[in-house]
Write a protein that binds this ligand. Structure first.
Ligand code: SF4
Ligand code: SF4
Length: 389
């Protein structure tokens, strides 16, 4: 399950996510500050940190093509702590301890406790199969606020097939129970493919039944092992249908629902809200109203097990390495990050789309399916109304 652990995808938001349904007032929440003190660099809200690439599973859609053996060159404990020391300089990001399987890193709880002591919110993206009552307690003691667990089907056979491991579904369910027993909240992440599109209602029902705090859906990005899953990627029209369905479905539940790495959901949300006469603001749609579809390099980044900083785990762009350049310097001035923050350099229809600032298209799909990260998102059927540049 490693794959989307490593991107925002894998990210469990934690408790700070306000209500996102029209009519649900987020109460005392206020819109978050947008820039660092320099007035131009956006606040980094979320960091997915691949603390190890080793994993005990071999999921079909793994971006990291991870294996169980140790990887050369992982950041040492000393290097990892020095990196944590720099995180507060880019805001107060939520840190997602991800992998690989983060539980396979020997000092992961020490690092979480260290980050926690710096006032950072720590969440974890394990695959669930290694969680025992003992490790759940270690997570709790270290300060893990939420875990995301990936479930791609409502029953074992299909999920195990996808995950490449017989018994993975049952093991994840046991892990979830241990989290619940330890008092750690969890969210379910589901990768959308042609294989499970028809099972969505059942997966949602499962999430509700087991008490998930949130359900996040992810659209497959064909990178790593997922390149071979090209035929399982849903078409742009199906993508549109799923996101419209998701918009409607949110109104029927109190569970947090989030379409992650489905940037044009932010376009659909605005189109639908306009049709329904609902203003889009923090009060009506929470963070979805003030956030952006693709946050890669804008409010989010990924740090690899060797310290390479990327816009996200699916977009393998070397934006600098924390071993040679302080992380805040990379965040503030990497040329790739500056490009991603500048809609004027986007190409194709994303470059002249009136929704670009709230959507952005998936830059990883642009890279893997269209050859460059600044080209247009290949899985969007929208035709912009603005004239071409
Ligand atoms: S490029 Fe953006 S939308 Fe695509 S996977 Fe990365 S963070 Fe998600
Ligand atoms: S054209 Fe690009 S920016 Fe516009 S909605 Fe589609 S993916 Fe988003």
């Amino acid at each position: 399950m490693t794959k989307h652990q490593g991107h925002p995808g894998g990210h469990p938001h934690g408790k700070g996510h306000p209500g996102t349904r029209p009519g649900t007032h987020p109460g005392a929440e206020t819109a978050p500050k947008r820039f660092l003190d320099d007035g131009v660099t956006p606040i980094c809200r979320l960091i997915a940190w691949e603390v190890t690439r080793s994993c005990n599973l071999a999921c079909k859609h793994c971006r990291a093509e991870a294996h169980p053996e140790p990887y050369e060159g992982e950041l040492s404990t000393t290097e990892a702590k020095a990196l944590i020391d720099t995180f507060p300089d880019v805001g107060s990001p939520i840190i997602i301890f991800t992998g690989g399987e983060p539980m396979m890193r020997h000092d992961v709880y020490e690092l979480i406790a260290y980050a926690k002591a710096k006032g950072l919110r720590c969440v974890m993206a394990p695959n669930g199969t290694l969680i025992t009552p003992e490790t759940a307690k270690m997570m709790k003691d270290a300060g893990v606020e939420r875990c995301s667990i990936s479930i791609d089907a409502p029953e074992a056979a299909q999920h195990d097939e996808f995950r490449g491991e017989l018994g993975a579904f049952d093991a994840s369910m046991r892990g979830i129970q241990h989290l619940k027993d330890a008092g750690i909240e969890f969210q379910i992440n589901t990768t959308v493919t042609k294989n499970n599109l028809h099972l969505f209602k059942d997966i949602f029902n499962l999430c509700e039944k087991i008490g998930a705090a949130a359900w996040h859906i992810f659209l497959l990005v064909p990178t790593g092992r997922a390149v071979e899953l090209g035929a399982e990627i849903i078409a742009a029209t199906e993508y549109e249908d799923v996101l419209n369905w998701f918009y409607d479905f949110r109104k029927t539940t109190t569970m947090q629902l989030k379409a992650t790495c489905a940037p044009h959901y932010h376009r659909i949300l605005r189109q639908r809200a306009k049709e329904e006469g609902i203003p889009v603001n923090f009060e009506t749609f929470g963070l979805d109203a003030v956030s952006r579809g693709c946050l890669g390099g804008v409010g989010f980044c990924f740090i690899s097990h060797r310290g390479q900083v990327q816009p996200c785990g699916y977009l393998d762009l070397d934006c600098g390495n924390v071993r040679t350049t302080p992380f805040p310097d990379i965040w503030k001035s990497s040329p790739q990050f500056l490009n991603l923050r500048n809609p004027d350099v986007y190409e194709g229809k994303c470059g002249h789309c009136e929704y670009e600032r709230v959507c952005g298209g998936c830059r990883a799909r642009a890279q893997t399916m269209n050859g460059h990260y600044l080209r247009e998102e290949p899985l969007c059927s929208y035709e912009p109304k603005k004239a071409k540049k």
